[in-house]
Every structure is written in structure tokens, then in C-alpha cells.
Design a protein. Structure first.
Length: 286
């Protein structure tokens, strides 16, 4: 039971880590809350589902492109100009982005013919680890999450674009003075964050089901995990995903599954009391 819970916990961490990484990228860069990320991700996943009969690879690529384009456009046309005028008012951005998420719920209902879908991606066979069997698709989700983390860290540390991101997140005024296009940095970060959320929604839909409200579920879960790790801290988000994944996995074995939400919110509350900036801390306050 212990081994099974440990392996399933690690795999669960990989599944939920993608939207968490998206949240970390957006908040870490822009300093604003975007509660539309889950709605955009689910809308993109529905796009992938709709195009699957034509070509699987094309459908996934288009879904990811839709996520990036929507995140970039919303940030460029609405959130970045609003931030320049009103500053980082978290309550304002929560209300606005939450309403944007509701708009995408409505668009998903209107555009696509079914309100509940499963994305029939290949399960990629069955993998047996120490007598614990799971689908290859779940391991692919874990691999994608780890690869995304390593890629983001590499871009952040070793590329000119990544260094401009770090400068913008650490000191916006100084970044503008030295000539960094901070608006573009915000827009690209939002696009990448929503693309990661789209990838997470596609994987979630292939393992479980996607409904019109799944985006809000993933967003809320993602923000809880991000807060535990240190909101805006990419490595902290991954660590928190691992911890929460293990907790959810073992709680399903040790107590009733209905206790998982209680345990999850309890961990978030204790973390905020003991370490308000999360396990690894955040460059921005919550």
C-alpha cells in the first residue's frame, strides 16, 4: 500500500503540476492574479477534442497554440494596460479574470456540442513499477511537468529573454529604465502560463473527464498548491505539487476520499499561518 500510494502520489503531482507552473509563471512575472487560466485551459482542451478526428498531433498543437494566443491577447489588450493604470490591485484582477473565466465557460458551452468530454488520447501502454501498474500517459504527464520545469529554469537563467523576465519580476521600474520591453515580457509570460494550463487540461481530460466547470476546479487547486510552495516560485510550485500529490494519494488509502478536500485546505491554511510566503518563499507577497 505504501509503495502504491507513493508512486500514485508522484504521478498525481505530475498531472496537477502543469497548471501550477502556469500560475507560477504568470504571477511570478506580472504580480497579478489570473483566475481565467483554468477556463482558458479547458477551452483549449475542448478545441483539441474537437480536432482529434482529423489528426491527434495537430489537435494537441492547435490546442496549445490557442491557449498561448488567448493568454497573450488577454494580457496585451486588457490586463497589462489595466495594470499600468491601476497597479497590482489583487481584488480588481481577481474579479476581472474570474469574469473572463466565466466568459470562456459560456463560449465553451456555445461553441462545442457537448458539455462533458473525455479526450481519447492513447494510453501509451501499461507501465509496471515494483508490481504497481499505471498507464504510460500518466508517466508522460510527469515527464512533461519535469521537462517544463527544467526548460523554464534554463530559459530563465541562460537566455536573454529569461534574464529580461527575471529583471522585470524583480524590479519593474528599473527594467523599464534599462530598456526592457516589460509589456511584451508580461504578455509572453501570460501566454506561456495559459499554454501550460491547456496542456494540463488536455492531460486531465484524457485521464478523467472535462466539464464546463473543470477549469475553475483546476484553477482553485492550482492556486492552493502555488500558495503552499510560494506563489510565483516555479520550483516551490513543483515541490508543493509533489507534497500535495502524495498527501492526496495516501489520504485516499488511509481515510475516505471525501476527506481529501479537508486535508488539502487544512495544509494550505497551516502553511499560510506558519510560512505566509510558502515553503520556498515568494518574491511577491500573496
Amino acid at each position: 500500500m505504501i509503495l502504491n500510494g507513493f508512486i500514485n502520489g508522484i504521478i498525481m503531482a505530475g498531472i496537477v503540476a502543469l497548471p501550477v507552473l502556469g500560475i507560477a509563471v504568470i504571477y511570478g512575472m506580472t504580480g497579478t492574479i489570473n483566475f481565467a487560466i483554468g477556463g482558458i485551459g479547458v477551452f483549449s482542451a475542448f478545441t483539441t477534442w474537437y480536432l482529434l478526428p482529423y489528426n491527434t498531433v495537430l489537435a494537441v498543437v492547435v490546442g496549445l497554440a490557442v491557449g498561448f494566443a488567448l493568454g497573450y491577447a488577454i494580457q496585451a489588450l486588457l490586463l497589462t494596460p489595466l495594470s499600468a493604470r491601476r497597479g497590482g490591485d489583487l481584488n480588481l484582477f481577481f474579479l476581472i479574470t474570474n469574469n473572463i473565466g466565466l466568459i470562456f465557460v459560456g463560449l465553451t458551452r456555445v461553441i462545442f456540442p457537448r458539455p462533458i468530454i473525455g479526450i481519447p488520447l492513447s494510453r501509451l501502454g501499461t507501465i509496471n513499477i515494483l508490481s504497481v501498474q499505471t498507464s504510460g500517459l500518466k508517466f508522460l504527464a510527469l515527464f512533461i511537468a519535469i521537462s517544463s520545469l527544467l526548460l523554464l529554469r534554463a530559459v530563465e537563467r541562460y537566455t536573454r529573454v529569461g534574464k529580461s523576465w527575471r529583471a522585470t519580476s524583480q524590479n519593474l521600474r528599473l527594467a523599464k529604465i534599462v530598456g526592457i520591453n516589460t509589456s511584451r515580457a508580461f504578455n509572453v509570460a501570460s501566454g506561456i502560463g495559459c499554454m501550460l494550463a491547456a496542456f494540463g487540461a488536455i492531460i486531465w481530460g484524457s485521464l478523467y473527464n472535462l466539464t464546463l466547470t473543470t477549469g475553475f476546479d483546476l484553477t482553485f487547486l492550482g492556486y492552493i498548491i502555488a500558495v503552499v510552495g510560494g506563489i510565483g516560485n516555479i520550483l516551490g510550485g513543483m515541490l508543493a505539487s509533489l507534497i500535495i500529490g502524495l498527501v492526496l494519494s495516501f489520504s485516499a488509502y488511509l481515510v475516505s476520499g471525501s476527506w481529501q478536500s479537508v486535508i488539502l485546505y487544512g495544509i494550505a491554511m497551516i502553511t499560510l499561518i506558519v510560512a505566509p510566503r510558502g515553503i520556498l518563499g515568494s518574491e511577491r507577497s500573496v
